[in-house]
Ligand binder design. Structure first.
Ligand SMILES: [Zn+2]
Length: 351
C-alpha cells in the first residue's frame, strides 16, 4: 500500500480553503487545530486565516531543532487537538512533521517556499546537540502550496528546489549501482516518481518567476517525497550528491543552502560517473536558474570541496554510491575536482 497525502492543492490563494479542507475531509470538524508558524510569512498567513478558525491556537517555531519539535509536541499534548497545521518553510514543516508523528496526530503542510523536497517527505531534518539528524516521520495528511506566498519568497530560496529535484537523477544512478554491485533492492515505482520529478523540471526554459514553472516545481517536489515514501528510504532522492552536501554542512556550515549544494553535488557526481550528456544538461539547468555549479559559487574553495568529497562517504556509512564505488584517494579526488571545474567551464562556454 502507498502512503500519500489525501489532498494536494497547488495554486494562488490555496490557503483560503484551509478551513473548508479541515471540515470536508473530517480532519477537524470543530476546527480544534494547533497552527505552527515560522518566524516570517507563517505569522502573516495566520493573521489572514485566524478569523475563519476560531477553535485554533497558534504556536511559534523559531528553529529546525529537536528542542523546538519537543516543545511543539508538548503544546500538542496540552489540549486534545485534532491536527497540527504547519505554515512556513522547510524548517517549520520538519519540526511539525516530527512533533505530529510523535504525538500520533495528523499534520497538514502549508508550504511557503519550494527550497527542497521536504514539504511532503517521510523525513525530518533537525538539529540536535551533536549535529544534524534525519528522522523518519509520517507523511503530511494534506499538502497546500499557496503560490501567492511562494512568489513573494526571495527567488534564490525557491530556485534552490530545482537543485534538490534534479539531484534525483544522480541519486537514481547511485541506487542502480548499489543494486548491481551490492544486490540492494531497487523499487521501480520509487524510481519512476523520482525520475519523472527531475525530468519534468530539468529542460524547462521558464523560471521561478513564472507561475507554470512554480506549479511543475511544486509537483516535482511532492513526487520526490512520494518516491521516498514508496522506497521507505531517502535513496531515490539522495546519493553521492547528498553525501557531499552533508559533508559540506558539517565541515563548512552556512556556505550554501540544501538545494544549492544538492545540485552542485549532483553535477560533480555525474561528472565522476562519466556521463557527459547528462552532466551538460545538469550544468545548463543549474546555470539557467542561477544555482551554483563551481565550488566558488557555493562559497567553497576547490580545496574545501576536495575535503568535503573525501569526508562524504562517512556521512552515510550504509549508503553505496559512486564515491564508495571508486574509493578515490586524496590525490585522485583533487584531480577529479580540477577536471570537474574545467568541465563546467567548458559546458558554459559551449552554451
Ligand atoms: Zn535533498
Amino acid at each position: 500500500m502507498l502512503a500519500s497525502p489525501l489532498h494536494l492543492d497547488i495554486r494562488a490563494g490555496a490557503i483560503d480553503d484551509l478551513p473548508r479542507l479541515l471540515q470536508d475531509r473530517y480532519i477537524s470538524t470543530t476546527g480544534s487545530v494547533l497552527v505552527a508558524v515560522g518566524p516570517s510569512t507563517g505569522r502573516e498567513i495566520w493573521a489572514r486565516i485566524e478569523g475563519a478558525l476560531p477553535g485554533a491556537a497558534v504556536h511559534g517555531v523559531h528553529e529546525a531543532s529537536l528542542k523546538a519539535a519537543t516543545e511543539l509536541q508538548a503544546a500538542l499534548g496540552e489540549r486534545g487537538y485534532d491536527a497540527v497545521v504547519a505554515i512556513g518553510g522547510g524548517k517549520t514543516l520538519d519540526v511539525a512533521k516530527y512533533a505530529a508523528t510523535r504525538a500520533g496526530i495528523p499534520m497538514i503542510a502549508v508550504a511557503t517556499n519550494l527550497a527542497h523536497d521536504g514539504l511532503c517527505s517521510p523525513v525530518a531534518s533537525l538539529d540536535h546537540p551533536h549535529g544534524k539528524g534525519s528522522f523518519g516521520v509520517a507523511m503530511p495528511l494534506a499538502v497546500i502550496v499557496d503560490l501567492d506566498y511562494v512568489r513573494a519568497a526571495p527567488a534564490p530560496l525557491v530556485s534552490a528546489g530545482v537543485g534538490d529535484v534534479i539531484s534525483n537523477l544522480s541519486a537514481i544512478e547511485d541506487w542502480l549501482l548499489a543494486g548491481r554491485q551490492r544486490g540492494e533492492p531497487v523499487d521501480g515505482l520509487a524510481l519512476a516518481f523520482a525520475r519523472l520529478a527531475a525530468e519534468s523540471v530539468i529542460d524547462r526554459t521558464d523560471s521561478v518567476h513564472d507561475e507554470a514553472f512554480l506549479v511543475v516545481l511544486a509537483e516535482a517536489l511532492v513526487l520526490s517525497g512520494m518516491a521516498m515514501s514508496v522506497a521507505g528510504t531517502s535513496r531515490p532522492c539522495s546519493g553521492a550528491c547528498h553525501e557531499v552536501l552533508h559533508a559540506v554542512d558539517q565541515l563548512f556550515p552556512g556556505r550554501a543552502s540544501h538545494g544549492e549544494l544538492a545540485g552542485l553535488g549532483a553535477a560533480y557526481a555525474t561528472h565522476l560517473r562519466g556521463q557527459p550528456e547528462r552532466f551538460a544538461q545538469i550544468v545548463t539547468c543549474l546555470t539557467r536558474h542561477g544555482l551554483p555549479c563551481l565550488p566558488g559559487e557555493a562559497g567553497l574553495s576547490e580545496e574545501e570541496l576536495v575535503t568535503a568529497v573525501l569526508a562524504a562517504p562517512q556521512t552515510r556509512p550504509d549508503r553505496y554510491t559512486v564515491l564508495e564505488h571508486l574509493g578515490l584517494d586524496e590525490e585522485r579526488t583533487r584531480a577529479s575536482v580540477t577536471a570537474f571545474v574545467a568541465a563546467v567551464a567548458e559546458v558554459r562556454a559551449a552554451g
